[in-house]
Ligand binder design. Structure first.
Ligand SMILES: Cc1cc2nc3c(=O)[nH]c(=O)nc-3n(C[C@H](O)[C@H](O)[C@H](O)COP(=O)(O)OP(=O)(O)OC[C@H]3O[C@@H](n4cnc5c(N)ncnc54)[C@H](O)[C@@H]3O)c2cc1C
Length: 382
């Protein structure tokens, strides 16, 4: 067993850590306050190759692996959770779906610009009446000559509001159910397809720098060749890539929790009450000790899941544990970080307040904590 990161992994981690510290951290509060999308930061992330780490160079990537990708996601999220979420969606979900299930032509056309970060991808599974029960979607795709005619609405879609978001990979029913559920296929829908409409931008508690919108398809036409992968397995394709998305949500959570720990340690050493630094009180020390233990366990678990994926081994149990554990500990860690900061922790200019607001939704996206427990129960044969 070897818990040491290799040289290449250390290089990626250190580069992303330095980028996060020098570029993201100084901008994060302003991004959250204004809600303006940080195109300049995203462009620099693309120039550093962050969006293409796990893909081969022939498809615009750098030939790395999923351990490297997730170290990058952790470090980026240490500066800003929504930028970690951007990477999760465009690389771990959309890029991977194109890479795993796309034809050679589809990969050249759609994956290359996404892996290079010139364009950003979005994925659309959730609908107004289909969230956790993602198999109950109503969006339809019917073949009309050599084009698919897509109708329906997807909601809460991350990244799609960015000017350089080029495609959304969606699930749609291609055959209505005769008995049980219909057949679900996956489609690549360019944002400039006729009949594609960008719906409202959501007003959220946090994540103001994340471009979440509703998406409406009104007889939206895409060429027949935009069907992605096996037409009868669109749903399982989406679920397969979401396993990696779960490792990414865990890495985001660990990055944010690490930032909460760092901020709290520093603050506790310099804040004086009753004539001594608050770090000298056992009540504060124990909070910091619990935070450090949680970060350590969350990191080990997401790295194990990413490593198993890189070995081509089954990793659904490990990825689900990582997502469930890391997103739940983040809420607690962020809450304790605010507590350690006292009243200052509730002020917008203190990073811990931003992490506190941004934490909760990680227990909801890409499968809620309840859904994670359902998956784990199944793994236990229950
Ligand atoms: C900021 C944000 C970004 C998002 N980005 C995307 C995106 O890019 N693409 C996309 O497709 N979706 C996205 N989503 C949607 C997200 O994946 C869904 O919100 C999530 O899957 C839950 O679905 P729901 O909101 O419909 O909740 P529901 O499924 O209605 O669940 C409501 C509650 O019921 C519980 N519940 C449901 N079923 C069961 C059950 N069988 N047993 C026990 N409890 C159950 C849930 O756990 C939850 O607590 C995003 C959401 C948010 C908030």
């Amino acid at each position: 067993m070897d818990f040491d990161l290799g040289e290449e992994h250390k290089m990626i981690r250190d580069m992303c850590r330095e980028f996060s510290r020098s570029v993201i951290v100084p901008r994060a509060e302003e991004i959250e306050r204004t809600g303006e999308y940080p195109y300049d930061v995203i462009e620099q992330m693309a120039e550093l190759g962050m969006m293409g780490i796990p893909f081969p160079s022939e498809f615009g990537g750098s030939g790395g692996d999923w351990v490297g990708m997730h170290l990058c996601i952790e470090e980026v999220s240490r500066g800003d959770i929504p930028l970690g979420a951007l990477l999760d969606v465009t690389t771990s979900v959309v890029g991977q779906e194109l890479y795993s299930f796309g034809t050679e032509d589809q990969k050249r056309k759609w994956l290359v610009p996404i892996a290079r970060g010139e364009e950003i991808g979005a994925f659309g599974m959730t609908e107004p009446d289909a969230g956790s029960d993602a198999g109950s979607i109503r969006t339809t795709a019917l073949l009309d000559g050599d084009e698919w005619l897509i109708s329906g609405t997807k909601q809460f879609i991350t990244n799609i509001g960015l000017d350089n978001a080029s495609i959304i990979v969606i699930t749609a029913l291609t055959k209505k159910a005769v008995k049980g559920r219909g057949v679900i296929s996956t489609f690549i829908v360019p944002k400039d397809a006729p009949g594609f409409f960008l719906g409202k931008r959501y007003e959220k508690i946090g994540w103001h720098g994340s471009a979440n919108h509703q998406v409406i398809f009104e007889d939206c036409r895409v060429p027949e060749e935009n069907l992605l992968g096996d037409p009868t397995k669109g749903f399982s394709q989406h679920l397969a890539v979401l396993q990696t998305g779960r490792i990414s949500i865990a890495a985001i959570s660990v990055g944010a929790a690490q930032a909460c720990l760092d901020e709290s340690l520093q603050y506790a050493k310099q804040r004086t009450q009753f004539g001594q630094p608050i770090a000298s009180f056992q009540a504060i020390k124990f909070k910091l000790a619990d935070m450090a233990a949680a970060v350590e366990l969350g990191r080990n678990q997401y790295l194990k899941a990413a490593w198993l994926k890189d070995q081509g081994r089954k990793h659904s149990f490990e990825a689900t544990v990582a997502k469930l554990y890391a997103s739940e500990i983040l809420e607690k860690v962020a809450s304790e970080a605010v507590q350690i900061h006292g009243g200052y922790g509730y002020m917008a200019e203190y990073p811990v307040s931003r992490f506190y607001k941004g934490a909760k939704v990680l227990q909801i996206v890409e499968g809620t904590s309840e859904v994670m427990r359902i998956i784990l129960s199944r793994e236990l044969g229950l």
